[in-house]
Design a protein around this ligand. Structure first.
Ligand code: FUL
Length: 423
């Protein structure tokens, strides 16, 4: 707990906090969204594959009832704020009628070759007040010039189409795959050129994964580390946790019975959003062009369950110890700590204490708080709770709350239900 002397020292140190890495306004807004949704859709949906080889007949792309409003309604009701569509996956098939390839929706029977999934996607997102993200695979197993300098021109032309014809885009998602193209060559991607183009066309768009603004958490299980920091290599580089609601990224009927349970999704939520990271949950549309019934149900359950976690607040405070918050005469089992990250990640170590029969004891501890950390704890009844900052890089703006959350089952304690890796 801070004494007066250490408070004075911290006030002095707070001057140095101005040198801490800070989020850009776009990174800050992105972290506050917490929940984002991925939609893997394309020729793989119709070939039942995860990676297409670029030799698909565009005629196979023919969703029978595509309605992106069904996706956005399900996403929004579950609390998701941004959707990312695979405009082009590794097979090179474009979900928009690109002028630079024949491998696209323009050569499919869907909407008589006049369709544009990207257009329908951005329109539906905007109508639902959801932000828009686009995945464009640099690896292209169809494009003949892949593996030569001309491919970098080609890729920039496709990026330009996507970033000039569809209004505001908030996230551009690049994975790192760099395999062989149709002629057996691999490509040297001109990342600096791609980045400069994106910055010039859509300065607010965040570039994720193989990009400078959003960091891949390092696994595809949706799990961040305890104490996950948004500062990496001395700069603001927050973590995104991607994971699929199903074993695969694309829809496969055979996986209809393997949609993650709400318990698994909640465990992922605690290990991503609850560890200062953004969750990117993949829900793949099916061959109709709709989210499958099981996935819609699961999203509804997930939305209801996450709302219920925070419905019964037992105590809250916005000053670190010695200030404390009085508890309502109820036990709690969930602790939430927050920091105003607009001022950087100042907290480096903290603990939460509960006062029971006049004695303070530690019920949770951590290192970085960041935007938000959640701790699942055994049911605890206390007279008061307080947040003790043990180490900081400047006076932090923090808040905390404890809840009585409806948590049952093994996942409630945060241990054994780590979802299997999707690889
Ligand atoms: C990976 C890709 O190879 C997968 O197919 C999927 O798109 C995943 C999100 O990124 O790198």
């Amino acid at each position: 707990m801070k004494t007066l002397a250490s408070s004075l020292l911290l006030t002095a140190l707070a001057g140095s906090a101005v040198d801490l890495p800070l989020p850009t306004p776009e990174q800050l807004a992105w972290q506050k969204m917490e929940l984002t949704l991925f939609c893997h859709f394309g020729v793989n949906t119709f070939t039942d594959r995860e990676w297409g080889d670029g030799k698909e007949d565009p005629a196979i792309f023919n969703p029978t009832a595509l309605d992106v409003r069904q996706w956005t309604t399900a996403a929004k009701e579950a609390g998701f704020k941004l959707l990312i569509l695979t405009a082009k996956h590794h097979d090179g098939f474009c979900l928009w009628p690109s002028a630079f390839t024949e491998h696209s929706v323009k050569n499919s029977p869907w909407r008589a070759g006049k369709g544009d999934v990207v257009r329908e996607f951005v329109d539906a997102c905007r109508a639902a007040d959801l932000k828009v993200g686009l995945y464009l695979s640099p690896w292209d197993r169809h494009e003949a010039v892949y593996g030569t300098d001309a491919y970098n021109d080609h890729f920039c032309k496709q990026l330009t189409e996507l970033l000039t014809n569809y209004g505001r885009v908030d996230e551009v998602w690049f994975d790192g795959a760099c395999g062989e193209g149709p002629n057996g060559k691999t490509q040297v991607y001109d990342w600096p050129r791609y980045y400069a183009l994106i910055r010039s066309l859509q300065p607010q768009a965040l570039m994720a994964i193989c990009g400078p603004d959003i960091r891949w958490v390092g696994n595809e299980s949706g799990v961040a580390r305890e104490g996950e920091s948004s500062v990496a290599n001395g700069r603001w580089y927050p973590a995104e946790c991607d994971v699929s609601i199903r074993p695969g990224w694309f829809y496969h009927e055979a996986e209809d019975s393997q949609v993650k349970t709400v318990e698994q999704l909640l465990d992922i939520y605690f290990k991503s959003v609850g560890r200062n990271s953004v969750l990117l949950l993949n829900v793949p549309p099916d061959r109709r062009g709709l989210f499958a019934a099981a996935d819609v149900t699961r999203l509804q359950e997930f939305g209801a369950a996450t709302r219920a976690l925070f419905a019964d607040r037992v105590a809250a405070g916005d000053k670190p110890a010695p200030a404390a918050a009085d508890c309502a005469a109820k036990p709690f089992n969930l602790i939430e700590v927050r920091e105003d990250i607009a001022q950087g990640e100042r907290v480096q170590a903290y603990r939460v204490e509960a006062c029971q029969a006049g004695q303070w004891r530690t019920v949770a501890r951590g290192t970085v708080i960041g935007h938000r950390n959640l701790h699942r704890v055994p049911e605890t009844t206390a007279e008061a709770v307080r947040l003790v900052i043990e180490k900081d890089l400047g006076e932090p703006a923090v808040s905390f709350a404890v809840y009585r959350a409806p948590m049952t089952g093994t996942w409630a304690s945060g241990s054994p239900t780590a979802p299997a890796d999707n690889r």
